[in-house]
Design a protein around this ligand. Sequence first.
Ligand code: KG4
Ligand code: ZN
Length: 345
Amino acid sequence: MDQTSLILAIESSCDETSVAVIKNGDIILSNIIATQINSHQRFGGVVPEVASRHHIEQITICIEQALKQAEVRKEDLDAVAVTYGPGLVGALLVGVSAAKAFAFANELPLIPVNHMIGHIYAARFVKPIVFPALALLVSGGHTELVYMPTENEFKIIGETRDDAAGEAYDKVGRVMGLKYPAGKAIDELAHQGEDIFKFPRAMEHEDNFDFSFSGLKSAFINTVHHADQINEELSKKDLAASFQQSVVDVITAKTVRACEQLEIKQLILAGGVAANRGLRDTLDKELGEKFNHLDFVKAPLDLCGDNGAMIGAAGEMLMRHQVFADMTLNADPSLEFDWEPEAIK
Ligand code: KG4
Ligand code: ZN
């Protein structure tokens, strides 16, 4: 029997319209990403209505380009995978509607994919995921530690109580006058400065796996405002370095604690903030020093942000588990992990 699988994967949960063709779950034949960042920058964040309109303009073009670049015909495909949540409802609906229409017209099964499972499965493009695994998911909307005893079971063991890490990056970036999204620019500045402000490290020593970034954000904003009032110029490089060090210290401390307490074979770093050089390097160093047998897998740099390829990687796993949707599939903006407690050993 032919074991090859070809999946057309669609992602439109936020401000990237992306379509990929994925072979056997871990080979990228194409991964088209149409970003809308330029349209949102002047508003300092993603405007949902603007995002939906861009997705509508781009989705058909992206599907055609993805097939063309992959040199795959519609009739060669085995399934269509699509992000149906979490995300912006109008943005999600464009991808879901396009996927349903494509699947119906071409008589293909439809695979509903949770965007966060997609982020985790970006690690597949580096090497196979081995279980039990732990995923550190850091993005613009989420910051969480997810325990996976098997490939389709996800339990959040810790999460942010307020802002997500990426959200905090973008908010302090705005105060520094940086363009949205500010994560990458702050990361670059941070490497040229020093942690002289010693901002708070919230919950760093608490015996749990949760995070909090709103206190850090307030401390940062207060420092900048106070300096403004007394006409003092602060170094952007030192501000960035101090902010980043605080974020990285807390995330690293919580992740190391989780790795100590859980029996896991692999730690996966994924999500938009996983592109952060400070975080990648610090985790590499700390985990390398503390754990001999833990495999640390970082999502590829170009697949940390939202993309269709990761949805195809997760879609292939879900297809093997017979997770299919029918034409009633709807967008679910606050979709959560579907955890089966009986699976805990
Ligand atoms: O996963 P993603 O593309 O979208 C969501 O699902 O949220 O993550 C976007 C977030 C933004 O907040 C952006 O500022 C942040 O990822 N980001 C970074 C870096 N690159 C992107 N944050 C810190 N350092 C980076 N190098
Ligand atoms: Zn994302």
